[in-house]
Design a binder for this molecule. Structure first.
Ligand code: GAR
Length: 207
């Protein structure tokens, strides 16, 4: 059983998709051992508690500087002894020490087709604002392993979603979540938990 920790910042709809797929047998061979939020007041923590998953918040506001926040975050992660860490809408940069310690054991969902609309400053609704401003006709979501470069790690899976004529950032975000994110992220976790993928020479291969 893979011990999985999910890290979140906001609403937690991706967390909910993981919880639901685990309960219905769509993800096997995992145990959801903890949820960590950088925000004390988010819906994600309620979702975790309702599912009986231990949930903690580690907020940068409670620490004098970034270094101390990063230390506390890593301690919270280590406390759950995870085999896999899932960034499910975790919108703050994670400590380099954590990336190094958990190499090839951290995955992230990003709401665009990487390498479009990713990197510094591209997160959440901003991604969809940029996609609409650029006038792309197709966007989507990507699940990837986390490396030190932001959104640069080996790509596990991607799914395209059509942009519609009258889309707003909100309507596009909703469609990308429904048609791509909530499917891709649980699938990637199930693939990892059942040994179907591996990283070789910086790329993900299916076994
Ligand atoms: C999701 O759209 C996720 O892809 C995005 O934040 C949202 C969180 O929603 N993540 C990023 O932008 C990471 N760069 P949720 O809290 O409802 O799952």
């Amino acid at each position: 059983m893979l011990r999985v920790v999910v890290m979140v910042s906001g609403g937690g709809t991706n967390l909910q998709a993981i919880i639901d797929k685990t309960a219905s047998g769509g993800i096997t061979n995992i145990q959801l051992v903890g949820v960590i939020s950088n925000n004390k007041t988010v819906k994600s923590l309620e979702r975790a508690k309702a599912a009986g998953i231990p949930a903690v918040s580690v907020s940068p506001r409670d620490y004098e500087n970034r270094e101390l926040f990063h230390q506390a975050l890593l301690e919270a992660v280590d406390g759950f002894s995870p085999d896999l860490i899932v960034l499910a809408g975790f919108l703050v940069a994670i400590p380099t020490a954590m990336v190094q310690k958990y190499e090839n054991r951290i995955i992230n969902i990003h709401p665009s087709l990487i390498p479009s609309f990713c990197g510094v400053g591209c997160y959440g609704l901003k991604v969809h604002e940029k996609a609409l401003a650029r006038g792309v006709k197709i966007t989507g979501a990507t699940v990837h392993f986390v490396t030190e470069g932001m959104d640069e790690g080996p790509i596990i899976s991607q799914k395209s979603v059509e942009v519609e004529e009258n889309d707003t950032p909100e309507s596009l975000q909703k469609r990308v979540m429904e048609q791509a994110e909530w499917i891709l992220l649980p699938q990637a976790i199930d693939d990892i938990a059942n040994g179907r993928i591996a990283v070789e020479n910086g790329r993900v291969i299916r076994k």
